[in-house]
Each structure stands twice: as C-alpha cells, then as structure tokens.
Design a protein around this ligand. Structure first.
Ligand code: 5GP
Length: 206
C-alpha cells in the first residue's frame, strides 16, 4: 500500500577539523539505506581521492558568486579561506521525497540553518582531546603545517559552540561514537511528532 510521503529528516553534523566527522558521516550513509549526504558546493580544490559531485561540487569563485546572487544557497560560509554552501534546491528535493539527509557543515552554517529549516537534528562531534585533534589533522597528511596550525586554532574556538547542539558525541572510539550516532538517528526517526502523520494514516487518528 502506498502511503503519504513523510518528509525526510535533516541531520546537521558539525565538528572541529580532526574530530572524525567525515568518517562517521560516511559510516552512517553506508548503514542507513534511506540516508544521503548533502553534497555542498565549495571553492576549495579537491583533495586526493575526492570526486566532483560525490564529495563536493567543486566550483570557482565566479560560479559561487552567481549562486549567492541568485539566492540558491540555504546557507553558505567562509571556512579556512574558502567558501562552502548548501543548495536550497538539492536539499529540499531530497527531504520532500522522504530521504533523510546528513549536512556536514561548520558551526556558522549550522547557526544559519537553525533559523531557516524546520525539524533539524543538531549533532556536534568532538575529538577526545586537543592533542588528538592535532594528531588527526597531521596524520591526514593532506594539509600543510601552517594550514594545520590554523585549523587547530579555529577548532578550539568552534568547540565553544557545542552547547548550541542537541547532541554531543565525543569520538574517543570510532565504534562507540558510531553507535551513539546511529542511536540518535533511530530515536529521532521514531519521535512521536514525526510519527503522528503515519499513525493518523494507519489508524485514522486526528
Ligand atoms: P573540508 O574542507 O575539510 O572538507 O571542510 C571544511 C569545513 O567546511 C568542515 O567543517 C565542513 O563541515 C564545512 N562545510 C562543508 N560543506 C559546507 C557547507 O555547505 N556549508 C558550510 N557552512 N560548511 C560546510
């Protein structure tokens, strides 16, 4: 029997660089069949192994400017000297068809989305310590020492925003952190406010 399409849930996940957020988001997308990753637009160059249209949509500054001017971004922000933005149309297309979406966006982006998107679930991921954060940035081997230093400084600043999120996961162990992320997602999907349209349909409740 076909039933009315329930809207997808937007999961907004932020973390300082080096907290393991990308890994956790990828694990979640691989685990939940109805979950997709929101593909952001960015002006930063691709890192080794990144694929255009999968990890990001890589565009130049002029292209980004055009999208800003035509109001195509739900939010956009400057991060580490580059720009990143979430397409309004891509996101609403997914949510309207009932797909749950992970938005891997920074704290500035999350702040904007809070006022513009209803029903979002806000999750903050933390590294277990400052040292671990630095170590993870180094071992990724994708950024220069200056870039790493800059990212660490910004990371410590961002951690102050953790209290603005509904959930906080300290990633001291990847398996345990993923269990927490999964649990949050499963529980949020079962929240009565989200389930009531389906209940009404099944049982004719008001
Ligand atoms: P990276 O360059 O390491 O892939 O990402 C740097 C930061 O940009 C991360 O904190 C990531 O969450 C954030 N980011 C990625 N896409 C977006 C976006 O569309 N909007 C905002 N505000 N931040 C984003």
């Amino acid at each position: 029997m076909s039933h009315k399409q329930t809207k997808g849930v937007p999961f907004i996940v932020s973390a300082p660089s080096g907290a393991g957020k990308t890994t956790l988001c990828k694990m979640a997308v691989a685990f939940f069949p109805g979950l997709r990753h929101s593909i952001s637009y960015t002006t930063r160059p691709p890192r080794a192994g990144e694929v255009d249209g999968e990890d990001y949509r890589f565009i130049d500054d002029a292209g980004f400017d055009r999208m800003v001017e035509s109001g195509e971004f739900l939010e956009y922000a400057g991060v580490h000297g580059k720009r990143y933005g979430t397409s309004r149309k891509d996101l609403s297309g997914l949510l309207d068809e009932g797909t749950d979406v992970i938005l891997d966006i920074d704290v500035q982006g999350a702040e904007k989305v809070r006022g513009r998107l209803s029903g979002g679930v806000y999750i903050f991921i933390l590294p277990p310590s400052v040292e671990a954060c630095e170590e993870r940035l180094r071992s990724r081997g994708k950024d220069s020492p200056e870039e790493i230093k800059k990212r660490l400084r910004i990371a410590l600043d961002e951690i102050k925003k953790a209290q603005e999120y509904q959930y906080i996961i300290i990633n001291d162990n990847l398996t345990a952190a993923f269990e927490k992320l999964k649990s949050i997602m499963i529980a949020e999907k079962a929240a009565s406010r989200r389930m009531m349209p389906r209940v009404a349909e099944l049982f004719g409740a008001e």
